[in-house]
Design a protein around this ligand. Structure first.
Ligand code: PEP
Ligand code: MG
Length: 544
């Protein structure tokens, strides 16, 4: 038995088989190969395998996400057969006497550059596709599996770290736990694990990946941050017992379903849920959340290999609203950039991406993308009780610009005779110190605030939320953060609007009473935390 220790970021116990997630960005070496014929044959067989994989992905996508979304894989299959693309690979192998991987990588770079320099936005987006198919061919050439993916039914996904774009490619029905050598508690892998209700351990260290193998049996204890690989009988029995007792505690919490979120002295609060995908709604309903306080809509963009169309977005938002049957649903507009990178946006590499071109900054400088999302949202609004909120706000001017764009979208819809709800609430996220400090000026412009404590902590304490080495400096209970939240709450209420918290801190039950005393109106947490927070609220007494 081998035991590893990191930091548990979601308390649960799971067992399964280790599946090592291999990064796509394999380093390609230029190797001299005199035998061009055999390199060309290698490319041919890797291409045949790629075609097979694309065909099965296409069929899966067709079933799961419909024809429009599946079309992209048809395009990939066509690209794979493109004469110019294939001639380029063969030419490089023959004229430069180099290995197949290198020839594919150079061809991918050349074609991607060519597509990126085209005027037409559709053609520009093909750069990401040509990279995608080339990566697949290279992965097949090197014999690596692209994601360690659908190997086992109960997979413990182990990785160096996982980017949000990588987590979307996992078959989530089969994942029972995440373990990463690096990563931080506020990273999106941690958030995803909480959303999925499965244990996650981060920061296990570099040695970890070197000492485990695909298929090893393991237990992950998200409470203690321990991973037991090939456990002995005693450890196995102990962890199975622990797993059962935790399940029993969760079962007891289920008895709180249907009960009110009310303190002993009668103060009520809303407890909503955070989701990243339409698929999470089952968990929201199962845990009896009063609504959705944060739908991270950027996952629609991350899951796609091209800009999601208005229709695609409309259908997703409509589904969420319909399934929530009149309960409040707050959809956050696109929040990409920083750790959430999407290839087809063609963003430049930045020195400080968290302080860079992200979220509302992209939407305000590329209003054509923003308007597609807003049109989809307003069109969907007639199917339920929609709120829209905007991330990464730092100024009044940004909010004024947003409101102008919303008015333009509504005017267009009016002109086209398209219906939308007239009661859509608009809110801003308070996730920068600037937004909290000027919350008195922002409040009169909007209907609600939602505090994003993950980013508010990062920006207030100057602590990169992705950097595990500084976690000890990243005190989420820091007085500065609590004061900023309190300031925003006071300004919200002075202006007659409501305020919620949707960052991870909302689920920190050691702060529930503090938030209630501040007058916070809503806490939005991962679905699996809803009943635990309800339990805490019901044990608070603010009159004492
Ligand atoms: C936050 O910053 O607290 C938040 C809710 O948004 P995200 O974690 O998606 O940046
Ligand atoms: Mg944020």
């Amino acid at each position: 038995m081998k035991v590893f220790k990191g930091k548990g970021v979601y308390g649960a116990v799971a067992s399964g088989k280790i599946s090592v997630f291999k990064k796509q960005n394999i380093t390609i070496k230029r190797i001299h190969c005199a035998n061009s014929e055999s390199e060309i044959a290698r490319v041919e067989s890797a291409k045949a395998k790629t075609l097979e994989q694309l065909q099965s992905i296409y069929e899966k996508a067709l079933k799961e996400v419909g024809e429009t979304n599946a079309q992209i894989f048809e395009i990939h299959m066509m690209m794979l057969e493109d004469d110019d693309y294939n001639e380029s690979i063969v030419n490089i192998i023959e004229t430069q006497k180099v290995n197949a991987e290198y020839a594919v990588a150079v061809t991918a770079d050349n074609f991607a550059e060519m597509f990126s320099s085209m005027e037409d936005a559709y053609m520009q987006a093909r750069a990401a596709d040509v990279r995608d198919i080339s990566n697949r061919i290279i992965t097949n050439l090197t014999g690596a599996t692209s994601d360690g993916g659908d190997l086992y039914d109960n997979m413990i996904v182990c990785a160096d770290d996982l980017a949000p774009s990588e987590t979307v490619s996992l078959d989530k029905d089969k994942v029972v736990a995440f373990v990463t050598a690096h990563g931080s508690s506020n990273s999106h892998t941690a958030i995803l694990a909480r959303n999925m209700n499965i244990p996650a351990v981060i920061g296990v260290g570099d040695e970890f990946l070197a000492q485990i193998n695909d298929g090893d049996e393991a237990f992950v204890d998200g409470f203690t941050g321990e991973i037991f690989v090939n456990p002995d009988d005693e450890t196995r029995d102990r962890l199975i017992l622990k797993q059962h007792s935790e399940e029993e505690k969760k079962r007891l919490l289920q008895e709180l379903k249907g009960k009110e979120n009310i303190t002993e002295d009668g103060k009520r609060i809303n407890i909503f849920a955070n989701i990243g995908s339409v698929d999470n709604i089952g968990a929201v309903l199962l845990n009896d959340a009063g609504g959705i306080g944060l739908f991270r809509s950027e996952f629609l963009y991350l899951e796609n290999s091209d800009y999601p169309t208005e229709e695609q977005q409309f259908l997703a938002y409509k589904r969420v609203l319909e399934r929530m049957a009149g309960k409040k649903v707050i959809i956050r507009t696109l929040d990409i950039g920083a750790d959430k990178q999407v290839d087809y946006f063609g963003m430049k590499k930045e020195e400080n991406p968290a302080l860079g071109y992200r979220a509302i900054r992209i939407c305000l400088t590329r209003p054509e993308i923003f308007k597609v999302q807003l049109r989809a949202l307003y069109r969907a609004s007639v199917y339920g009780n929609l709120g829209i909120m905007f991330p990464m706000i730092t100024s009044v001017r940004e909010v004024e610009q947003i409101l102008t764009i919303c008015d333009e979208v509504k005017k267009e819809l009016n002109e086209q005779g398209v219906k939308y709800s007239k009661t859509v609430e608009l809110g801003v996220m308070i996730e920068t110190p600037a937004a909290a400090i000027i919350s008195d000026k922002l409040a009169p412009l909007v209907d609600f605030f939602s505090v994003g404590t993950n980013d508010l902590t990062q920006y207030t304490l100057a602590c990169d939320r992705q950097n595990p080495d500084i976690e000890s400096f990243c005190n989420t209970h820091h007085e500065a953060i609590l004061r900023l939240i309190e300031m925003a709450a006071e300004n919200a209420h002075k202006n007659g609007i409501w305020i919620g918290i949707c960052g991870e801190l909302a689920a920190d039950t050691s702060l529930t009473e503090t938030f209630l005393r501040m007058g916070i109106d809503e806490l939005s947490v991962s679905p699996s935390f809803v009943l635990k927070v309800r339990d805490t609220v019901r044990h608070c007494n603010l009159s004492k």
